[in-house]
Design a protein around this ligand. Structure first.
Ligand code: NOJ
Length: 564
């Protein structure tokens, strides 16, 4: 019996994330731009994606590459003009693709006119748009730390007070307690939606409500008191009522430190908040107790446990976002696959997983050609504020530069931000005719779009095939997940079931052969399945192969459709 499901376009979609600064430069200034993206729309259409998530393109002094916005309704000059942006939207829509914009409203830039006013005097009408507090005994108002190293407070001599910045000191936190701030945000969102966009990705949206009194980290609570704060659901429900509910759009919130119970509140079907969120549990699998820079080996059994937990606990209650990298994370292939001997096979194996879990699939630019992490020789070649602050902090504490560089090679955000590799035989991979703002990964002669398009066996063409399969089989989108082999340290196998349809997915996560055995007669007894049709694999598989006992080659992936 087919269970009735709530079918939605944003569940069936594959989203492609563009980091504009690094995608394609059209005017030779070394910085990616909107016309560059426009010139690649046919490429995106060929890949088959449905939605583009565009990282911030608004006016910004670029302390954090556009996540510090000084005008929410203007386009960053390096990226082009509003007319370019309109052309981009039209170009996407004409080709049957949608556009979601990044909404960064936990904080603005310190160069936003609200903040410029706010810092002028304690009685300025914009004062209360931000979080200002007097110091305590000559020190910051409390002990909160910034995600980008150091305290989360900056002293401002003009009014002898501190302002809160959970990210850089050029990213002051907006005060969501102030109804005027919320009104400004909702009006701005409405303005973009009326321009025809198809939704928002909401930056750190679960940080917008801060605990009253801004209590110390030591005063109870089980984490920083600005995560999942007391009014966060009230604010998001208000945003939904005032704005989101009026449009047929897609919304995905970025939420740090959340449990499935929390996510069911943010994205539960009956909650009137968001469609889905990004949670980061899997992204923490190779971090130690001190956080992301403490690089720690990960185990497949833990990896499976995390995926299984999210797949099963949200089933029928909320919707997952499926991703393995983005502009803040290392490249998935370098982290979870093998970016050397098994570059092609392991990229395809990971892609098979990404496209066969329940949830909306997100591809980060360059993933579809197997772009990898980068190792620059010196810190001078890095650009990311988080990386640079971290490096300085470690050096100040007496750590060895080489040791700090190792953690940057593994976890630094610039791994994902090196320019897109379009060609093998042009300088800078054809990304720019000028000098790129961040050096191109030197492996571009081997790894580039031109080569991928010319090779039938490329990672690109495998992604294309996976995306096509999603459109052909409801079970890929809607099927319920079941883990088959929790204790196996090498193979990840699971089924997806949707009414009469069932898929069997088998993935070898390592460079050693593996055997996967499953109890076919038991399955047959339960559901009567008798035949297994191979839908996709990253190796050639003899038609006669017996699926009861599968011998897998390094990084082999198979998807079977089981029928009666
Ligand atoms: C999350 C974004 O993804 C990241 O790039 C940014 O630095 C922070 N939020 C602050 O906006």
């Amino acid at each position: 019996m087919t269970k009735s499901v709530d079918k939605k376009w944003w569940k069936e979609s594959v989203v492609y994330q563009i980091y504009p600064r690094s995608f394609m430069d059209s005017n030779g200034d070394g910085i990616g731009d909107l016309q560059g993206i426009i010139s690649k729309l046919d490429y995106l259409k060929t890949l088959g994606i449905d939605v583009v998530w565009l990282c911030p393109v608004y006016e910004s002094p670029n302390d954090d590459n556009g996540y510090d916005i000084s005008n929410y309704q203007g386009i960053m000059h390096e990226f082009g003009t509003m007319t370019d942006w309109e052309e981009l939207l039209e170009g996407l829509h004409q080709r049957g693709m949608k556009l979601i914009m990044d909404l960064v409203v936990n904080h603005s830039s310190d160069e936003h006119h609200w903040f410029v006013e706010s810092r002028k005097s304690k009685d300025n009408p914009y004062r209360d748009y931000y979080v200002w507090r007097p110091g305590k005994n000559g020190e910051a108002p409390n002990d909160w730390g910034s995600f980008f190293s150091g305290p989360a407070w900056q002293y401002d001599a003009t009014t002898d007070e501190y302002y809160l910045h959970i990210f850089s000191k050029k990213q002051p936190d907006l005060n969501w307690e102030n109804p005027k701030v919320r009104r400004e945000v909702y009006d701005m969102m409405t303005w973009w939606l009326d321009k025809g966009i198809d939704g928002f990705r909401m930056d750190v949206i679960n940080l917008i409500s801060k605990a009253p009194g801004l209590p110390s980290m030591k005063d109870g609570g089980d984490g920083p008191r600005f995560i999942n704060g007391p009014r966060v659901h009230e604010f998001i429900q208000e945003m939904n009522r005032e704005v989101l509910s009026k449009y047929d759009i897609m919304t995905v919130g970025e939420t740090l430190d959340v449990t499935p119970e929390d996510v069911i509140k943010y994205a539960g079907t009956d909650r009137h908040e968001l469609n889905m969120v990004f949670q980061f549990e899997l992204m923490g699998i190779d971090s130690g107790p001190s956080g992301k820079w403490e690089v720690t080996p990960w185990k497949l059994t833990d990896f499976k446990k995390i995926i299984s937990k999210w797949q099963t606990s949200l089933e029928g209650k909320a919707w997952n976002s499926i991703y393995l990298n983005n502009h803040d994370q290392p490249r998935l292939l370098s982290r979870f696959g093998n970016d050397k001997e098994y570059h092609n096979k392991s990229a395809k194996m990971l892609a098979t997983m990404l496209h066969t879990l329940q949830g909306t699939t997100y591809i980060y630019q360059g993933e579809e050609i197997g772009m990898t992490n980068v190792r620059f020789d010196t810190i001078e070649e890095y650009r990311d504020i988080e990386t640079l602050n971290r490096y300085q902090e470690c050096i100040d504490q007496g750590q060895e530069p080489s040791e700090v560089m190792e953690s940057i090679y593994a976890k630094g955000r610039d791994n994902a931000r090196t320019p897109m590799q379009w060609t093998g035989n042009h300088p800078h991979a054809g990304f720019t005719t000028g000098t790129p703002w961040l050096t191109v990964n030197p492996n571009y002669p081997e790894i580039n779009v031109e080569r991928a398009l010319a090779d039938e066996d490329s990672i690109f063409h495998y992604y294309q095939k996976l995306i096509r399969l999603r459109k052909q089989h409801d079970v890929i989108v809607y099927g319920a997940f079941e883990l088959l082999n929790a204790d196996d340290e090498q193979v990840f196998a699971y089924t997806r079931t949707f009414g009469e349809e069932r898929l069997l997915i088998i993935l070898n996560f390592y460079d050693k052969p593996a055997r996967f055995e499953w109890n076919w007669s038991k399955v047959e007894a339960i559901s009567g399945e008798r035949t297994a049709e191979l839908l996709i694999s990253n190796y050639d598989i003899p038609a006669s192969e017996d699926v009861r006992q599968v011998d897998l080659r390094p990084y082999e992936a198979r998807v079977y459709k089981l029928s009666k």
